[in-house]
Design a protein. Structure first.
Length: 437
């Protein structure tokens, strides 16, 4: 660009020659931000996060480039990390960016660099709760803090098969988020809402985590049990605190699991507390009292027809993606994963994939467990240990009934008779393709 300094142009050439050099790319982003090119700085920080997911320096720089305020650090207590405990950083250049000072500045706003990211959690519970008063009054059950998973290494490349789902995610959601200059040109804000729907056990939660990894964003999973409270007003307060936490630690993906429970149709709800919770969710999605820049809202449901229609209004969860049972490449990857540490012999994955049409990922895991159990019991009866073979796997495939069938039976009527505005055109097309109509 004509208004760039020679130093920035030289750094661009150096980054192009060494695209994996994260410190060099972050130095370029810092200079771009200082020169007033915040959108370009966000782009470089996002690319750095793709090479080094969870890098606190890249996240801090992205937050500053996006204008997201950071909470001031508390005074260092005896339990707080000292400078010797902090990871080493490149020394600051004269007039350059002080990496150590930046890490101290954001230590209370950004999750720690090293966390236990392998834990399997369907939902994240509030960190602390206020004590319940004996008379039932006060702020019983109110949420004071939420845990956010730091950006993980999971990306869409880790999702086996499902190429059509990944292509639609890239075109409808990820590509606009990765290109701030194009967003600015076309007036698109750094926010978004996407509703994932489909049969249970088909990987909607895993896909949401993969999206967070692609965006280099934190991940906050919320279920109805985390939000609803027996005391009046606490459910709305909990919902507000979820989004406030995400705004403070943006970029962040807020994953609303089982949206049909969190955002059920208000016309069918007989409890004012549930209706008020849905109203609060609508307010948070609109960003009425705060800016949702850098907050990406993903939601999942098995029954989208039970979700309040206001949640799918433009500007909220206005994009939908049908997550179907895993296709053949995905089934092969899932079966290979669940059999990887088990004693097997002469397993024909191609034949097994053909025998598991319409199986969900959970069904495939159950199939492998059943086959392993059969071989184990046979070994116990005969006193001779034998391997899991195709006979075990095919027998399990015959016994395990696809859990997706009841879902498609219910979805068929919705797609045929309640497809207002073409909301379920993708589901209708799939049912016709599979001759399920």
């Amino acid at each position: 660009m004509s208004d760039e300094s020679p130093l920035i142009r030289s750094l661009r050439a150096a980054v192009a020659a060494a695209p994996d050099d994260v410190p060099l790319r972050l130095h370029l982003a810092e200079l771009l931000l200082a020169a007033g090119h915040s959108d370009q700085a966000v782009t470089e920080a996002a690319v750095a996060l793709q090479h080094a997911p969870g890098d606190a320096d890249a996240r801090a720089l992205m937050m500053r480039a996006m204008g997201v305020p950071t909470a001031p650090a508390d005074p260092v207590s005896p339990a707080a990390p000292t400078e010797a405990d902090l990871p080493s950083q490149p020394p600051s250049e004269p007039g350059g960016f002080d990496w150590t000072a930046a890490e101290r500045e954001i230590e209370d706003a950004v999750p720690p660099r090293f966390v236990t990211s392998e834990r399997a959690m369907d939902s994240l519970a509030p960190a602390t709760e206020a004590p319940i008063a004996a008379d039932g009054g006060g702020d019983a059950g109110s949420v004071s803090a939420w845990d956010i998973d730091a950006p993980g290494s999971v990306s869409l490349a880790d999702v086996g098969g499902m190429h059509e789902v990944k292509d639609r995610l890239e075109a409808a959601f990820l590509a606009p988020m990765r290109n701030p200059e194009l967003r600015r040109l076309f007036g698109k804000s750094l926010r978004g809402g996407l509703l994932l729907y489909g049969p249970p056990g088909c990987g909607k939660t895993f896909i949401a985590r993969a999206v967070a990894g692609e965006l280099g964003a934190g991940f906050l999973s919320v279920s109805v049990n985390d939000v609803l409270d027996m005391w009046i007003g606490n459910s709305e307060r909990n919902m507000h605190e979820v989004f406030e936490t995400a705004r403070r630690q943006a970029p962040c993906v807020v994953f609303l699991d089982e949206l049909d429970a969190l955002g059920a149709k208000r016309s069918r709800s007989h409890h004012s507390e549930m209706r008020n919770t849905v109203n609060q969710l609508l307010t948070e999605l609109d960003g009425v009292d705060a800016v949702n820049e850098g907050v990406f809202v993903l939601a999942a449901t098995n029954v989208p027809w039970d979700v309040d229609i206001a949640l799918r209004r433009p500007g909220r969860l206005d994009r939908t993606l049908l997550v179907l049972p895993p296709d053949a490449p995905a089934r092969e990857a899932i079966l290979r994963y669940h059999l990887r540490d088990r004693p097997i012999e002469s397993v024909d994955l191609g034949r097994l994939v053909k025998a598991t049409e319409d199986f969900s990922g959970a069904d495939l895991a159950h199939l492998c467990d059943s086959a392993a159990e059969s071989a184990l019991l046979d070994s116990a009866r005969t006193g001779t240990v034998r391997m899991i073979n195709m006979t075990d796997l095919l027998a399990a495939a015959k016994d395990v009934r696809p859990s997706t069938e009841p879902w498609f039976a219910a979805a068929r009527n919705v797609a045929m008779f309640a497809n207002d505005g073409g909301m379920y055109d993708d589901l209708l097309a799939y049912l016709k393709k599979k001759r399920k109509l």
